[in-house]
Design a protein around this ligand. Structure first.
Ligand code: GLU
Length: 502
């Protein structure tokens, strides 16, 4: 086993989110752990943007990641927005660095070019599945002769670069929470390191950057543990010292499955816009994994807020008491009911002026009221009617009755099936009128739902009523994260009530 960082190098950790959509609660959870780890040890916390997957890139995502983490009170010492000595911190700006490293691996024989076409790879996959073998690259181009390689290159054939995983043997590494972890090379595919578009994959870019950015501790979610043997092989191929690896237990839904938007809101934007307090969410995330040492009786008494279970603590207390050795590997459950309880505790503990200020900063902010006001102003006769028109913006839940949302000539089942389609369209669409309108209309055309019924159903789900300010503008002001949550809850509730049964 290659030795892992033993020396007393200054601690440097990182989070490396990919800007592929709304920032995820998992990013905040891993971000918090890295932040605590660095702060407890006088180390540096780096934020790196892993944006090499251009097919999943969402341009607004990076700024949302910065904003949400700052909203939570997490700050980083180096990153694309704050700079630092090991930049650039955005992988799309480092492609030259990855190319140079790929050349080294090709030259040393640790990687090779693989020229198969998509069709050939697909055929390979199919025949393996038919033979009940796990699909993986069959190694056909591992040992091409130089003449063959030159011929393919001469033809201008596209290629990827793969890691040459040894055929026999195994790779072991130490996981700080699990001890030695071993993967047989039988189970490690010849990972693509560089795609045919010249962009690196996660694996190559991640390892090169962790090394060049002098990361001492890779603290990330458990889902990456099966990638780690590939990373370890890369460190060895380059002759680099390994960082320490900590794979944190994954957040789970109540039913213990990996946390997912079907069962829990996962967007940090959702939590912010729904009036969760950042300190409550951070406190809740700090509980996950069990790293917080329980406070003494004396501390509980001195704290003045209800901390019967020792579960309420501030970031400062986490920095003091969080113990990485206490983390337990059983999947921590992201229990929304508990988070809401906790948020309530924080609300109740606020002085009245602080509570009012929190309202003014969020749902009653000038900006939010201005946007709603513009939709409502021309549609009311007295100011008091503002509430009648705009109530749905301020509610956590609205639940229309079937009389309200099922169009004439449609069954409840059909209507719910169509609402699920609307949800899928909204998930995939930017919340701009120019994008929303054609996407929803196209769905109506495809499913033969007239525009009127289509929009009426959406209006009912959003507002609980059949009349409202203009629908698309209302959706935009209400925001994508909350709209999706409202629709999911609607569908969930209807399913529970027995609607939509086939
Ligand atoms: N880009 C990966 C992600 O989106 C980073 C994983 C890691 O920390 O190595 O989470």
């Amino acid at each position: 086993m290659t030795t892992q960082t033993e020396t007393a190098a200054p601690i440097r950790v990182r989070i490396a989110p990919s800007p592929t959509g709304d920032p995820h609660v998992g990013t905040a959870y891993i971000g918090l752990l890295n932040f605590i780890y660095a702060r407890q040890r006088g180390g540096q916390f780096v934020l790196r943007i892993e944006d090499t997957d251009r097919t999943r890139f969402v341009s607004t995502s990076e700024q949302m990641i910065f904003d949400s983490l700052r909203w939570l009170g997490l700050t980083w010492d180096e990153g694309p927005d704050v700079g630092g000595p090991y930049g650039p911190y955005r992988q799309s700006e480092r492609t030259q660095i990855y190319r140079e490293h790929i050349e080294k691996l090709l030259a040393s024989g640790h990687a090779y070019r693989s020229f198969e076409t998509t069709e050939e790879l697909e055929a390979m996959r199919k025949s393996q599945i038919a033979a009940k073998l796990p699909p993986r690259y069959n190694g056909a181009h591992r040992e091409l002769s130089q003449a063959q390689i030159d011929a393919f290159l001469g033809e201008g054939r596209p290629y990827v670069v793969r890691l040459k995983v040894p055929v026999d043997g195994e790779t072991s590494f130490r996981d700080e929470l699990r001890g030695t972890v071993t993967f047989s090379h039988n189970n490690v595919d010849d990972q693509v390191l560089m795609k045919s578009d010249g962009f690196p994959t996660y694996h190559l870019a991640n390892v090169v950057d962790d090394h060049l950015m002098r990361i001492t501790d890779v603290i990330r979610a458990e889902e990456w543990i099966s990638s780690t043997p590939k990373h370890v092989l890369l460190y060895k191929a380059f002759g680099w010292e390994l960082p320490r690896f900590w794979h944190m237990p994954l957040l789970r839904n109540l039913d213990k499955s990996k946390i997912s938007k079907r069962k829990n809101p996962v967007s940090l934007i959702y939590y912010r816009e729904s009036g969760f307090l950042p300190q409550a969410l951070l406190n809740f995330l700090g509980l996950m994994g069990g790293g917080m040492a329980q406070p003494t009786e004396e501390e509980i008494v001195s704290k003045g807020i209800n901390s019967k279970e020792g579960d309420i603590f501030s970031l400062a207390e986490m920095l003091e008491r969080f113990d990485f050795q206490r983390i337990s590997l059983g999947g921590p459950v992201f229990d929304l009911t508990k988070l809401k309880w906790m948020n309530g505790e924080y609300l109740r503990a606020m002085p009245p002026e602080g509570f009012l200020q929190a309202l003014r900063d969020t749902i009653f902010s000038d900006e939010h009221l201005r946007r709603i006001g513009l939709l409502v102003q021309t549609r009311i006769e007295t100011l008091a009617q503002f509430g009648d028109m705009a109530d749905f913006f301020f509610k956590d839940d609205v639940m229309p009755a079937p009389e309200v949302f099922v169009p004439k000539k449609r069954t409840l089942e059909e209507t719910l099936a169509f609402a699920a389609e609307q949800l899928a369209v909204l998930e995939a669409t930017d919340f701009r009128e120019e994008a929303l309108e054609p996407a929803l209309k196209q769905l109506g055309v495809d499913k033969e739902w007239p525009v009127k019924d289509n929009f009426m159903l959406l209006r009912a789900i959003l507002t609980g009523k059949t009349a409202s300010p203009p629908l698309l503008e209302s959706l935009i002001v209400f925001g994508k994260a909350r709209t999706l949550d409202r629709m999911r809850r609607f569908l969930e509730t209807q399913k529970r009530l027995g609607g939509g049964r086939k």
